[in-house]
Design a protein around this ligand. Structure first.
Ligand code: ASP
Ligand code: MG
Length: 471
């Protein structure tokens, strides 16, 4: 493990001049001995650039230019408020250059000159390139010895424009070669997230939200002691706060728990995104740039079992349950394969599955292909459809080994009809399905039973340890 801390700031953390100022303070105070900064484009910039590219591709260059001007003006305003003297002039020049280059690229899209996917990546890359320059200059203006690093010299990918896959060995080598000399000289490298390049140097992007991925790749290459993901919430919460106002941040999650929660849209990192970090057992901390002293949530390798085992109650509405019953399934092989082939053909993701000797129940979120799927499934058995369902997922290390958990959970919702139950192979979740119109009630009651009542009866012991991990 090195002394490096990766600090990644999302778009909302760099939305305007005040936000940049907060980021500078955070890097100084909480960056540890060797901070490395990864930054997203200013909030809304990537969307705007995609909009500009689309307008140009439709031949509306006037609209495309207007979008670019608006966005560059926003950057200009931040620059004017934070930078003085030479730094201000240099950033102005960079904006002028960006305007010219973007106009050329948009003209290319309008005139269909070249691969549009490659041109689009080049266009949107200006979001992270400019935020990287701006943050570097803002840090320098505040006395932090920062250096801008072009992430395209570090993160090496295949040629799948728009959603490129990093090449791990090349990425590691290039990242180390670019950053080690800077770190050795006591400088703070600042990289744009999300953007990368092919081996031949063409700009690519890692897919929307890809800056977290960059942070994990850089953290892995430098064997960082921690990766901090700075956003606008104080970590992962015990439940959706719109449903459970008393939901509170979870101090610590295992990688497996975080992976389960990611599906529920809790503000958790995508498991694929942090894979480079998990593979090296580097802890990933989710922090709030509006409340930097909140401990946030640490996602780390070591599983921790809480009293009562439950750490979060997640849910998701808009679920359809399908049940397929067939006596042909009894003692026969090949049935499940035939069944899943149907979903495969219709490119439909199945989320939760349970089987008995003669039936299969499963959940779908994307029901667009449902009529076609159902008519094909009828060839395999009797099919019933339950629309308007919701998945409830109780997450916690030790769920499977803590006696009485299932009884407690189902007692809490005993008057609510449960249509499917699954205890995942990951050992950290118990998932079930209820009618959509009862799900909020179910989640509130479970939260009360697992956290509020629990805390009252266990007293202070029920509070898992808060505070920053030893650093
Ligand atoms: N700016 C990119 C996006 O909006 C990447 C990121 O923010 O992580 O998707
Ligand atoms: Mg983002």
């Amino acid at each position: 493990m090195s002394d490096v801390t990766i600090l990644k700031f999302g778009g909302t953390s760099v939305a305007d001049a005040a936000a940049f100022t907060r980021v500078v303070t955070i890097v100084r105070r909480l960056g540890g001995p060797q901070p490395v900064v990864v930054v997203s484009a200013l909030a809304g910039m990537t969307d705007a650039l995609f909009g500009g590219a689309a307008a140009a591709a439709h031949g509306d260059m006037a609209h495309a230019r207007r979008i670019v001007d608006e966005q560059l003006d926003r950057h200009d305003a931040v620059g004017r408020s934070l930078l003085r003297g030479d730094a201000a002039v240099q950033f102005q020049h960079e904006l002028d250059r960006a305007r010219d280059e973007l106009t050329g690229l948009l003209d290319g899209l309008a005139g269909r000159a070249g691969d549009p996917a490659a041109l689009r990546d080049e266009v949107v890359s200006y979001g992270e390139r400019l935020s990287g320059s701006l943050l570097t200059a803002a840090l320098a203006a505040a006395g932090v010895p920062a250096r801008a690093v072009d992430a395209r010299r570090c993160i090496v990918t295949d040629e799948a424009y728009g959603r490129a896959t990093p090449l791990p060995a090349d990425t590691e080598r290039h990242t180390q070669a670019q950053l080690a000399p800077l770190l050795g000289a006591g400088l703070v490298p600042v990289l744009g997230g999300y953007i990368a390049a092919t081996l031949s140097g063409r700009t690519t992007t890692l897919g929307r939200g890809g800056s977290d991925y960059t942070a994990a790749l850089v953290g892995a290459a430098l064997d960082a002691r921690e990766i901090q993901i700075w956003t606008d919430v104080s970590g992962v919460l015990t439940a959706d706060p719109r449903v459970v106002p008393s939901a509170r941040p979870i101090p610590r999650l295992s990688y497996a728990e975080a992976a389960e929660l990611a599906y529920f849209g809790a503000k958790v990192l995508h498991p694929k995104t942090i894979e480079p970090a998990t593979a090296r057992r580097i802890p990933v901390r989710i922090c709030n740039s509006l409340a930097p002293d909140d401990p946030g949530t640490v996602v780390a390798a070591e599983p921790a079992v809480w009293p009562g085992a439950v750490k979060a109650i997640a849910h998701k509405t808009g679920i359809t349950v399908l049940q397929i019953a067939s006596t042909r399934m009894l003692g026969a092989y090949g049935f499940l394969r035939a069944l899943f082939d149907v979903f495969d053909r219709h490119r439909t993701v199945v989320d939760v599955v349970t089987t008995s000797e003669v039936s299969v129940s499963l959940t779908l979120e994307d029901a667009r292909a449902l009529p076609a799927i159902v008519s094909e499934l009828r060839a395999l058995g009797d099919v019933s459809i339950e629309p308007h369902r919701a998945i409830v997922c109780v997450v916690g290390e030790g769920l499977r080994t803590t006696p009485g958990i299932a009884a407690r959970i189902f007692t809490t919702v005993q008057d609510i009809n449960v249509s499917l139950i699954s205890q995942g192979a990951s050992r950290v979740n118990l998932t079930f399905v209820v009618a959509e119109d009862r799900v909020h009630e179910a989640v509130r009651r479970l939260h009360e039973a697992c956290f509020e009542r629990e805390r009252a009866s266990l007293g202070a012991d029920a509070d898992a340890p808060l505070g920053r991990a030893a650093s």
